[in-house]
Design a protein around this ligand. Structure first.
Ligand code: GDG
Length: 444
């Protein structure tokens, strides 16, 4: 059987659920890959998370929870230009439709290409003839191009966890053409949604005169590739099992005890501007304003672990959130109660499961999101006899699948407020009916 070599920026085999989660394990990609890697023998290759003054190319191999990892340190300058630069100040904002936050700096692009080349050189000696190589996400688009230049003929696939944006946005990127051409060095490209795949095809056919053939084959630059849709899921059975663990139950009991007579609304997100945190809070504020009779019956718990805090846009967002939450709590708190509980730390996975289960409403409001696994985890953690209600942004990839959620436009505080009102007063019959259908999709 051929081995699987997974390549991603960070290598985070998640800890067993009864171990404390490390900082790096927060994030959808790590959670999603863990299940696949435990099933196949192979290697997970990527950045160690450490930097050194000069690049050494030294591989560090380890075996963690049934997964073999191979990591390499980055040079300080590479870290700034490739990771904080091109990945997180250029591609991430642009692909999430935030042209206003996108930096177009030539040195970032050079750092990005350099690191992809260095990663390919470091990985090369580990590759055996039958291995299948699976590259993940926007940090590593040119990885296959670099491997091909070194003579690698193995099958190489790519999965994009974040949205592929509309043509008009892609062309704002200087050197967008070589970036897209690099995608054609993969045998198979996976997108989260049909909308993303369609946008990619649109670029290929209109911008570079490529063509789309049967079987999802795209041809351009004298090459062909296959571009298809593979919406990412969670290990739902495992998540349901975690929800039943002693730790999860303890957290569940604690949450209920601390929300005395109030229904809990929960949000769980990396602190990122794509997640619509401000819009969510403004929507919640609108709900409190418009429904004085319900103020004493509800509270919002927002868990938001700090993310990418070396990037200015993330620091700015954090201060705006601090101000907004202070304002709302100042206006609506009582002597013995604050409507919003806001936590910047990360929790163990089993603790999160208990929190999801204790929440009557899961509030997921991204302005753009490749998929959004929190929405799926919230569904998987519910009590089948008394499930909560999922409110979900139409701009999450997950909205294409979780159609029985209350789907909202996060740009409208009124829609968020109305959905909250509806969710909090929804009877058990409708809640069960919606959840059955959502859960069926998540399990599948
Ligand atoms: C990218 C795409 C796509 C969060 N806080 C804690 C914690 N988390 C975990 C969640 C979930 C994961 O992190 C977040 O996944 P998302 O999918 O919601 O979002 P991104 O991190 O932006 O992921 C996204 C995903 O890749 C997969 O393709 O869905 O669209 O942006 O699993 O539970 N985990 C723990 N403590 C926390 O405090 N343990």
């Amino acid at each position: 059987m051929s081995r699987l070599i997974v390549v991603s920026n960070r290598v985070n085999p998640p800890p067993a659920p009864d171990q404390t989660d490390g900082e790096g394990s927060v994030g959808g990609l790590a959670m999603a890959l863990a299940a696949a890697l435990r099933e196949y023998s192979g290697v997970w290759f990527g950045w160690s998370g450490k930097t050194t003054p000069t690049f050494t190319g030294q591989l560090s191999m380890q075996r963690v929870n049934g997964v073999t990892t191979a990591t390499v340190d980055l040079e300080d300058g590479d870290y700034q230009e490739y990771y904080n630069g091109y990945a997180n100040k250029t591609l991430w904002p642009l692909f999430h439709y935030r042209v206003d936050l996108t930096a177009y700096d030539r040195s970032f692009g050079e750092g990005y290409d350099r690191v992809n080349k260095r990663f390919a050189e470091t990985l090369l000696p580990l590759i055996e003839p039958d291995d299948v190589i699976w590259v993940h996400d926007y940090h590593l688009i040119p990885m296959a191009r670099e491997l091909r230049r070194m003579g690698v003929t193995n099958r190489i696939g790519f999965f994009l966890h974040i949205p592929w944006p509309a043509h008009q946005l892609v062309v704002t990127l200087p050197r967008h053409r070589p970036l897209v051409e690099a995608m054609f060095d993969y045998d198979l490209i996976g997108f989260q949604t049909e909308e993303n795949r369609h946008a990619f095809e649109g670029y290929v056919t209109t911008e570079v005169g490529g063509s789309a053939g049967p079987g999802q084959i795209l041809s351009a630059f004298g090459k062909t590739t296959r571009a298809a849709v593979f919406p990412i899921g969670i290990d739902a059975a495992d998540f349901a099992r975690i929800t039943d663990s002693p730790r999860a139950r303890k957290v569940y009991d604690r949450m209920l005890a601390h929300s005395v007579f109030r229904k809990m609304v929960v949000g769980v997100d990396r602190l990122d501007y794509s997640k619509g945190l401000e819009e969510r809070l403004v929507g919640f504020e609108r709900f409190l304003h418009d429904n004085p009779d319900q103020r004493s019956q509800v509270m919002l718990l927002q868990i938001a672990p700090i993310s990418r805090d070396e990037v200015e846009a993330y620091q700015d967002l954090r201060s705006r959130l601090d101000g907004l939450i202070g304002r709302i709590n100042g206006a609506y708190a009582e002597m013995d109660f604050t409507p919003i509980r806001y936590v910047n730390r990360s929790y163990r996975r089993d603790e999160l499961a208990g929190v999801y289960r204790a929440a009557r409403v899961g509030l997921v409001t991204p302005l753009r999101d490749g998929m959004n696994l929190v929405a799926k985890e919230y569904v998987a953690a519910q009590d089948p006899n008394d499930p909560g209600v999922l409110i979900l942004s139409r701009f999450a990839g997950a909205a294409r699948q979780l159609t029985e959620a209350l789907i909202i436009n996060p740009n409208s505080p009124e829609e968020i407020s109305d959905a909250l009102s509806r969710a909090l007063s929804m009877g058990p019959g409708e809640r069960r009916q919606r959840w059955d259908s959502l859960n069926h999709t998540v399990q599948k």
